[in-house]
Design a protein around this ligand. Structure first.
Ligand code: BT5
Length: 329
């Protein structure tokens, strides 16, 4: 948000303040103050003008300025009511040289998962893609994906949802066994052994760069917040289904603030990830580009490598689809 607009908002929040006083405080004309107030009203902010001057009495439920307002992270928000894919748009912005921008949409009509899978993203969810230009080599980018999963898990837990992470980037919730039979959506293949969990969130990280340094990274975060589970694949769950609707604006702000904090201190990511992990201590089967790895998931190492004890030693897995088979013995 433009600096004057932010200053106007902050002053109105502390208000009431008169137009002339506000103009003086910000060093702009009264007409400029009036224009900012009108723009804020148009964006859905309630600005009352009474005897004492202007005062902020309401913040919109969602939207670019609403998400930026009170956000304790250095991100600008580009908001769309509807878009094909926030990752697609974020890549476009990244290609234009942008950084620290988050593309957010109420609804995506062509949301994407990994490996060109489809991602259902009806109105009411949190669909957001963060554009970053970190000074790291491409090999370290997975730590950002793990950071995003930790950030989502924290926000979900604060909302009362007992979420955990399946390596590397799925945020899942355990659900009662009886309801777990109708899950297979035919895309993941076998989900029978994962019947006790449902997917709340997925993360799609994309990047461009040279061998030694990334040019940009887009971290796409999808969380099923205020949406009906019946609008999603059977393997999915939503915050609405689990605890009822939450304030989506605060939820996304918490995700972005946590994500920013973790990315600023990447050493903090793995300890937090371990604490939130549902995978460690499980017997797992991981489909990797180099074949299938079956064994006990014993730890995770920088920048996100899963260590699997196959019985014949430790295999290090850096990418793949992971299936939990049962708790390790
Ligand atoms: C993911 O892929 O989990 C990454 C999803 C990333 C979505 C975000 S939303 C904002 C940004 N913009 C985008 O276009 N994408 C990102 P993957 O692990 O491949 O899982 C995809 C699979 O999850 C699908 O094949 C379905 O089985 C299932 N699925 C689809 N929509 C879902 C949903 N809303 N909730 C839970 N599972 C879903």
């Amino acid at each position: 948000m433009n600096e004057t607009r932010r200053a106007v908002l902050d002053a109105l929040a502390d208000g009431p303040i008169s137009g002339p006083a506000l103009a003086d405080a910000l060093g702009v004309s009264r007409a400029a103050v009036w224009k900012h107030v009108e723009a804020l009203r148009e964006a859905g902010f309630d600005v009352e003008s009474g005897d004492g001057g202007y005062a902020l009495t309401g913040v919109p439920e969602y939207g670019g300025l609403a998400i930026e307002y009170g956000l304790d992270a250095p991100y600008e928000i580009e908001y769309h009511d509807s878009i094909d894919s926030t990752n697609r748009r974020a890549r476009e912005l990244a290609g234009e040289g942008e950084s620290n921008v988050v593309v957010v949409a109420d609804e995506q009509t062509g949301g994407r998962g990994r490996l060109d899978r489809e991602w259902s993203a009806p109105s009411g969810g949190v669909w957001a893609s963060v554009v970053l230009r970190p000074e790291i080599p491409p090999a370290q980018v997975p730590i950002l994906t793990l950071a995003a999963a930790v950030a989502v898990t924290r926000a979900a837990r604060e909302a009362g949802v007992d979420a955990g992470i399946k390596w590397p980037n799925d945020v899942l919730v355990s659900v009662a066994n009886e309801g777990s039979s109708g899950g297979a959506d035919g895309v993941h293949g076998s989900v029978a052994n994962e019947g006790e969990t449902r997917k709340l969130s997925g993360i799609l990280t994309e990047m461009e760069g040279e061998a030694d340094r990334v040019s940009w990274v887009v971290v796409g975060i999808g969380v099923n917040v205020n949406v009906d589970a019946s609008d999603l694949p059977g393997t999915a769950t939503t915050v609405r289904e689990l605890v009822g609707d939450v304030d989506r604006r605060s939820f996304l702000q918490r995700v972005l603030e946590s994500f920013h904090e973790l990315v600023a201190d990447t050493d903090s990511v793995l300890p937090a990830w371990r604490e939130a992990s549902l995978t460690l201590g499980q017997r797992v089967r991981v489909e990797t580009p180099g074949g299938e790895v079956v064994g006990d998931a014993v730890d995770v190492a920088f920048p996100g490598t899963l260590l699997v004890d196959t019985g014949e030693g430790i295999t290090r897995v850096s990418a793949g689809d992971c299936e939990h088979l049962r708790p390790a013995e």
